[in-house]
Design a protein. Structure first.
Lengths: 364, 355
């Protein structure tokens, strides 16, 4: 699950870890400075020499591009999914010899994220990939980048206006709910259950994405003539998932199916189910963590499926930013330009196809 | 005139370093003097019992609401145990918080300490030492972090609000650092069993809370340590003049709170089968709210442990009622606020009626 080498167990090794952290921070800081210097100096020359060649073939092999610097900004990871976003972006950038990734420090402070994106604009990076802490709050700085001539790839949390991004790529929250609803509806229909008791454990209720997911779930179930019996919101944390599910299990003496929006909080939901000794229903997860997929593969509990909201979108966002910076289109499409918007499809991962999806699952 | 003389003379006695055998008597006087300074008249303990009457009333109303809306499902023993089980973790944290607040302080770092202790105790390396290793680490991390709080406040002269706010930030940061911001799964069977064991039909988690609460009640109400806590919270200067080592005592109060967070961390690790830097989110607010609803003075010097625990029970019963009735999140939030205000008003009315 988690590698032991990263976990200090005594005060002493914690001290060492912190020192290493500080050194690492200095190194990253230095790297950013260096990248800034080199890209400023080298960029015009490189662009002048290889720009025509890159523009000519849109389906070229990964290696054959103009060297570009891509700026990256995301919130600080307080959740497995967000952590996977930053990691995937870095991994994808490392695959391209012609890409230098300039990742600014992750932060949950919107003000600070705006400031760090402004730094990227000042450094004149070739493209910016941004997962905003909050879409609306970072729209202005996205516009600023576009005005400065830097293509912006808006990742997942969408800006207020298309004027603030060149390309949007994100997940489909409504579709996520639909996929979960379809799986549950079809399975209950096949089992011949009439008037099923269906529970829903949502994420943070104030977020628009939670509302969209619930709407999709409700609409999909309606196609089967089913309704959500009990819906309660948790906080995307393990602890809140456990607390809410423990109470819901008391409220419903018999359940037929449960959809839990998020696999991280799902660990707590599953703990509550195990502690209550309940197994008369099946459960569907959300987001697609590696943990959930391993449970589905083992098939020894109530968790039978999860619907993906894959952080691989960060890998794709880096690829898109590279194509944009190099002025190329997408290989298999007829257009010469990268499309303005891409929405990922939500896949349903079950025991039958889990092996294909497991490598894409993120660690909680 | 004659009444002023004994008070004056005892103050004179207190300024001079008291003889060792007189220490206890002087402390007793100081504690009473502090209580007198805050309370209207003697017997704050009895006043506390009357205050708790208001809380029992609120709980009774909640139970009636539960009965009317959900009947058997609500009074079902499994459901009542579920309420107690969810009260257990925050209950233990609230016990520690009660000590700190009665002693005139505040501890904003409890939630972060629960997170830090849960993470440190569930690393792969810690878990390799078995159940005892996990428990020892959680308790140790909690106690040491509490000691740091206490030293900063008592000897570093930092305001408790600031010192524990700083601890809140760094403890959660350290928890994220250690866990690499990931959720750590508890593999140790001994720890997992804590949440699944029900000796004599009572969940072990609830028994842990009862034992912690009983110990704490005894210490607070029947020992010198408890008397000193009330004395220092009521008037630290008077307590110091009475010869109490105020700074050492204040430092110990935060160790008690930290230790409670360590215990809570073990419980939450078992309950969720994980250690995570997101555990204990906003526990500081829940614990402080429960202590205040329970009738403890935020300024210190007065308060009851039973009141705090009733405050916790009120909160967890409300949450349970909400989920049983499948209320929407926003309705829950509005209702929670209204019930908190109603509880405080009712409790004050009951107290005024008592005096």
């Amino acid at each position: 699950m988690t590698d032991s080498s990263d976990h200090p167990t005594s005060a002493q090794s914690a001290g060492l870890g912190r020192r290493r952290f500080l050194l690492g921070g200095a190194a990253v800081g230095g790297g950013v400075l260096l990248a800034g210097c080199t890209s400023n100096a080298a960029e015009p020359a490189a662009a002048a020499t290889s720009a025509p060649a890159a523009g000519a073939s849109s389906a070229a092999a990964p290696a054959a591009g103009t060297p570009v610097t891509i700026g990256f900004s995301a919130p600080a990871a307080d959740h497995g999914w967000v952590a996977a976003i930053s990691k995937n972006a870095a991994d994808q950038a490392a695959k391209y010899p012609d890409v230098t990734l300039n990742a600014v420090e992750a932060t949950n402070d919107l003000n600070q994220q705006i400031a760090s994106v402004e730094t990227l604009i000042n450094q004149k990076v070739d493209a910016i990939v941004m997962l905003p802490g909050e879409g609306k709050a970072l729209t202005e700085v996205g516009r600023k980048a576009i005005t400065a001539g830097i293509p912006v790839v808006n990742l997942d949390r969408i800006f207020d206006t298309p004027l603030a991004y060149r390309t949007y790529i994100g997940g489909d929250n409504y579709g996520l709910g639909v996929a979960a609803g379809d799986f549950i509806g079809a399975r209950l229909k096949a089992a011949g259950v009439s008037n099923p008791v269906i529970g829903e454990i949502a994420g943070i209720d104030a977020l628009p994405l939670t509302q969209q997911r619930s709407q999709g779930f409700k609409d999909a179930l309606a196609r089967y003539g089913f309704k959500v019996t009990a819906r309660q919101a948790a906080q995307f944390t393990v602890e809140s998932g456990q607390a809410v599910m423990a109470n819901m299990l008391q409220a419903q003496s018999k359940l037929d199916a449960v959809w839990n929006h998020d696999d991280d909080q799902g660990i707590g939901v599953l703990a509550a189910i195990e502690q209550a000794n309940r197994d008369e229903f099946f459960m569907v997860g959300g987001a697609g963590s590696a943990n959930a997929m391993r449970d589905i593969k083992a098939d020894n509990g109530v968790l039978k499926a999860t619907v993906t909201y894959s952080p691989t979108m960060a890998s794709s966002a880096i690829s898109l930013a590279r194509l944009l910076a190099q002025g190329r289109g997408m290989g298999d499409l007829a257009e010469l330009e990268v499309p303005a918007s891409l929405t990922l499809a939500s896949a349903t991962v079950t025991k039958d196809n889990v092996d294909r999806y497991l490598p894409l699952g993120f660690e909680s | 005139m004659t009444e002023r003389t004994p008070a004056g003379s005892s103050a004179v006695v207190a300024v001079a370093p008291p003889p060792a055998d007189e220490q206890d008597r002087v402390e007793r006087q100081a504690a009473e003097a502090a209580a007198h300074a805050q309370a209207r008249r003697p017997a704050w303990q009895r006043a506390g019992e009357i205050r708790n009457l208001g809380l029992f009333l609120v709980l009774a109303v909640l139970f009636v609401v539960g009965l009317l809306t959900k009947g058997h499902t609500f009074v079902d023993s499994a459901n009542l145990l579920t309420i107690l089980r969810s009260a257990s973790v925050i209950g233990v944290v609230t016990v520690g918080m009660t000590f700190v607040i009665i002693g005139g302080g505040i501890d904003l770092s409890v939630g972060a300490l629960v997170a830090l202790a849960s993470v440190w105790a569930t690393t792969v390396a810690t878990q390799s030492y078995g159940t005892a290793g996990v428990i020892f680490t959680a308790l140790g991390v909690g106690a040491v972090a509490g000691l740091v709080n206490g030293l900063l406040i008592a000897y570093g002269r930092l305001v408790p609000f600031i010192a524990t706010l700083a601890m809140l930030a760094s403890a959660r940061g350290l928890a994220e650092r250690i866990s690499n911001k990931r959720t750590q799964i508890v593999r140790d069977e001994g720890i997992r069993a804590i949440a699944n064991t029900d000796p004599l039909g009572i969940p072990l988690l609830v028994i842990i809370l009862l034992v912690v609460a009983a110990l704490a009640w005894f210490v607070l109400n029947r020992t010198t340590f408890g008397r000193r806590t009330f004395a220092i919270g009521g008037n630290a200067e008077a307590a110091r003049l009475a010869g109490i080592d105020v700074r050492r005592h204040i430092a110990l109060l935060y160790v008690v709170s930290g230790l409670c967070c360590g215990i809570a961390a073990i419980m939450i690790a078992s309950r969720t089968t994980t250690g995570s830097s997101t555990h204990g989110n906003l526990y500081e607010l829940d614990a402080i709210a429960a202590v205040i609803i329970g009738g403890t003075l935020l300024a210190g010097g007065r308060g009851t442990l039973i009141g705090s625990l009733l405050g916790v029970l009120i909160f967890t019963t409300i949450t349970n009622l909400f989920v049983l009735n499948n209320l929407q999140t926003e309705v829950q939030n509005i209702a929670k606020g209204v019930i908190i205000v109603a509880a405080v008003l009712l409790q004050r009315r009951a107290r005024e009626a008592g005096t």
